[in-house]
Design a protein around this ligand. Structure first.
Ligand code: F6R
Length: 593
C-alpha cells in the first residue's frame, strides 16, 4: 500500500525524505515523489523507483517536506497521478494513503467552483479542498476539509510559508517519529528507524500539528495526549545484512525468531491470560486473519483442537462480515503481522460490537489491531520488510503453540515430551536452512513449469496452502494448495507431465493416505516433488525430486516444512529472475478492503 512520510527539522528535507522513501519501498509501490517547502512548494515525482527519482531530481531547498510511495488505485501509475498532489495555486501539497469514497462528488463541486484537476486520483480533491478553506492557517483548513471527506485516510499536508506538517488519520495508520530538533510523520516505523526509535501512534480522527520541536495532537477540537513508545527494533533489523534479498535474510532469521519466543515462554511470561476462558464461560474459539496469517490461523485450529480440546473455527477476515454469525461464548483471536490489514480490522470492529473477547497476535507494537484488541500478544519476529511473509508466519505459529501449550488439557506425559522438543526447534529449522543446496536443486527442477499443485493432509494441509501462496506470489507460477484427498474430486483432470505435484508428507496419521495419493498422482504422469522426513525411503523411491526435513513431532511439522517451502519458492523465483522482495501488484500492508 502507499507509504507516506513527512519531515521537519534542521536538515535538507530532500535528502531525508528520499532516504525514508527507500525504507518505505518494501510496502510495494509503482510511483514515488516528494514535495519540499520553503517560501514556495517544489515537487518532484514520477512512476519510477526511488533510486531512479534520486537521479533525475534537481536540488530542492527547504527543511520541511513530504514524500510518498504510491500503489495505484485510482488511475494508472504515471507522473501526473503520483503524489504529492498540489492545489491549483501550488500553495498546498498533500500525500495520502487510503481511499476517498466521495471524491467524485467533491471533484464536481470543486470544479464548478473553478478548481482545475489534472490527475485521475481521488487524492487530488484533498489539496483543493484544503485550499478552499485556507486563510493562512493550515491546521484549521485541514480540519474543515476533513469534515467534507468520507473514506479512509492517512494524510500529511504542507502549506507554502508555514513551517509545519499537519497530519490526520482515519482507518489508516500514522506514526509520529520524535527526533532531536526534528520530527517525522510516517505510515510505519521502519521509515524512520535510522533517525529515531521514539514514536507516537495517532488514533482515528486525530489531527497532529508537527513542527521541528513540538507535536500537538487534537481530536474534535480538544487537546489529547498520545503515549510515547520506544521501539526495540534497530535499523540493522530493517537492513539486508549482506543477503541478496530481505526474504532470504528473513527466512534465515527464523531459528532466532523461534528462540526469541522461547526466551519469553520459558522465563514464565504468560502468552495471554486465557483464564478468561474458564471464568467467563468461553466455549469456542474463532481465529481470523488474511493471507499467510490466515494459514497460521488454520494451523492454529489444529493446534488448539488438539491441545485445548475446544471447538475452533478459522476464518478469512475479508469473508467474515458477509454472513450471520453465532458468536455467543466465543473468544476471538485475530492474527495480523502488520496490525493494519483493513479486512482484519473491520472484522475486529464487528467482533467488538458483538461483545467477543478479542486477542490480537501482531508483530507491530502500537498497531491499530493492538489498540483495538482487549489483549495483544506480540510476535517476536522483528521488522519484516520483504513483501512475502516468512518469519512473521513462524513467529505466529510459535505464539499459537505458546498460548495453547500453556493452557493445554492433554495428558501430562505428552505435554512434557512436547515441551522437551520445543528446545530443539531452532536447530531443527536451522537444519532445513542448511539443506539449501538440495532445495535449490528442486527449485531448478520446478522453475520450468507454469502450473503446480501442493498437496497434504491434516496439520500440513495449511502448509500446502502456504507453500502455494509463497510460490505464486514471488515466482508467478500458478500454484494451488489442495487437501490431498480432494484431488480426485476435480483437479485430477489437470494432472499430467506438465503439472508437477509437491507432496508434503508427515509421519503422522495421514501418512498411509498420503502414500496412496502420491501413487495416484504418479499414475497420472505428474512429476512429483516430495517433502518428507529424513529416512522416508518409501517415498524417496517414487519421487522425481526429494527435499528432506528433520524429524519432529507432527504438531511442530509445519515449522520445518514451511521453512523448506519458503526456500523452494525463493530459489524458484530467483531462477526465473523475479523481483523477490517486491512482487508485482502486491503490497506489504493492505490497508484497503
Ligand atoms: C503473503 C502475505 C500476505 C499477508 C496478508 C495479511 O506472503 O504477506 O498474504 O499475510 O496480507 O497481512 P497481515 O498479516 O499484515 O494482516
Amino acid at each position: 500500500m502507499c507509504g507516506i512520510i513527512g519531515y521537519i527539522g534542521d536538515k535538507q528535507a530532500q535528502l531525508v525524505l528520499l532516504n525514508c522513501l527507500g525504507r518505505l519501498e518494501y510496502r510495494g509501490y509503482d510511483s514515488c515523489g516528494i514535495a519540499v517547502s520553503s517560501r514556495s512548494i517544489e515537487v518532484c515525482k514520477d512512476a519510477i523507483r526511488v533510486e531512479a527519482l534520486k537521479k533525475v531530481m534537481p536540488q530542492l531547498g527547504g527543511t520541511v517536506g513530504i514524500g510518498h510511495t504510491r500503489w495505484a488505485t485510482h488511475g494508472e501509475p504515471s507522473q501526473v497521478n503520483a503524489h504529492p498532489h498540489l492545489d491549483c495555486t501550488g500553495k498546498i501539497a498533500v500525500v495520502h494513503n487510503g481511499i476517498i469514497n466521495n471524491f467524485q462528488r467533491l471533484k464536481e463541486q470543486l470544479a464548478s467552483e473553478g478548481h482545475n484537476f489534472v490527475s485521475e486520483t481521488d487524492t487530488e480533491v484533498i489539496p483543493h479542498l484544503i485550499e478552499k478553506y485556507y486563510d493562512g492557517d493550515l491546521e484549521k483548513a485541514v480540519e474543515a476539509a476533513m469534515g467534507d471527506i468520507e473514506g479512509s485516510y492517512a494524510i500529511i499536508a504542507l502549506a507554502a510559508g508555514e513551517p509545519k506538517l499537519v497530519t490526520v488519520r482515519k482507518d489508516a495508520p500514522i506514526i509520529i517519529g520524535i527526533g532531536d530538533r526534528e520530527n517525522f510523520v510516517a505510515s510505519d516505523v521502519p521509515a524512520v528507524l535510522d533517525s529515531t526509535n521514539r514514536v507516537v501512534y495517532l488514533e482515528d480522527n486525530d489531527i497532529g500539528v508537527i513542527t521541528a520541536d513540538s507535536i500537538k495532537v487534537r481530536q474534535h477540537g480538544s487537546k489529547v495526549t498520545r503515549e510515547k513508545h520506544k521501539i526495540s527494533w534497530t535499523v540493522e533489523d530493517a537492513q539486508k545484512a549482506g543477503y541478496e534479498h530481505f526474504m532470504l535474510k528473513e527466512i534465515h532469521e527464523q531459528p532466532k525468531v523461534i528462540r526469541d519466543t522461547l526466551v519469553g515462554w520459558v522465563s514464565g511470561e504468560p502468552a495471554a491470560d486465557l483464564a478468561v476462558m474458564r471464568d467467563t464461560g468461553v466455549e469456542a474459539m474463532l481465529i481470523l486473519a488474511c493471507g499467510t496469517s490466515y494459514h497460521a490461523a488454520l494451523i492454529g485450529k489444529y493446534i488448539v483442537q488438539e491441545l485445548l480440546r475446544i471447538p475452533v473455527r478459522a476464518e478469512i477476515a475479508s469473508e467474515f462480515n458477509y454472513y450471520a454469525q453465532t458468536l455467543a461464548g466465543t473468544m476471538a483471536i485475530v492474527i495480523t503481522q502488520s496490525g493494519e490489514t483493513a479486512d482484519t480490522l473491520r472484522a475486529m470492529k464487528r467482533l467488538k460490537e458483538a461483545g467477543c473477547r478479542l486477542v490480537a497476535i501482531t508483530n507491530v507494537v502500537g498497531s491499530t489491531a493492538s489498540r483495538t484488541a482487549d489483549q495483544t500478544i506480540y510476535t517476536r519476529a522483528g521488522p519484516e520488510i520483504s513483501v512475502p511473509a516468512t518469519k512473521s508466519f513462524i513467529a505466529q505459529l510459535m505464539v499459537l503453540y505458546w498460548l495453547t501449550m500453556s493452557y493445554s488439557k492433554i495428558e501430562a506425559r505428552r505435554l512434557a515430551s512436547l515441551t522437551m522438543e520445543l528446545r530443539q526447534l531452532p536447530s531443527k529449522v536451522q537444519q532445513v536452512l542448511d539443506n539449501e543446496d538440495k532445495i535449490l536443486e528442486s527449485a531448478r527442477y520446478l522453475s520450468g513449469y507454469e502450473n503446480v499443485f501442493f498437496i497434504s493432509r491434516g496439520i500440513n494441509f495449511p502448509v500446502a496452502l502456504e507453500g502455494a501462496l509463497k510460490l505464486k506470489e514471488i515466482s508467478y507460477i500458478h500454484a494451488e494448495g489442495y487437501a490431498a484427498g480432494e484431488l480426485k474430486h476435480g483437479p485430477f483432470a489437470l494432472l499430467g507431465s506438465d503439472t508437477p505435484v509437491i507432496a508434503i508428507v508427515a509421519q503422522d496419521n495421514t501418512y498411509e493416505a498420503m502414500l496412496t495419493n502420491i501413487k495416484e498422482v504418479k499414475a497420472r504422469g505428474s512429476p512429483l516433488i516430495a517433502l518428507v522426513e529424513e529416512g522416508d525411503e518409501a517415498i524417496e523411491k517414487v519421487a522425481d525430486s526429494v527435499i528432506t526435513v528433520p524429524r519432529v513431532d507432527a504438531i511442530f511439522s509445519p515449522l520445518v516444512n514451511t521453512a523448506a517451502l519458503q526456500l523452494l519458492a525463493y530459489y524458484t523465483a530467483k531462477e526465473r529472475g523475479c523481483p523477490i522482495d517486491f512482487p508485482r501488484n502486491l503490497a506489504k500492508s493492505v490497508t484497503v478492503e
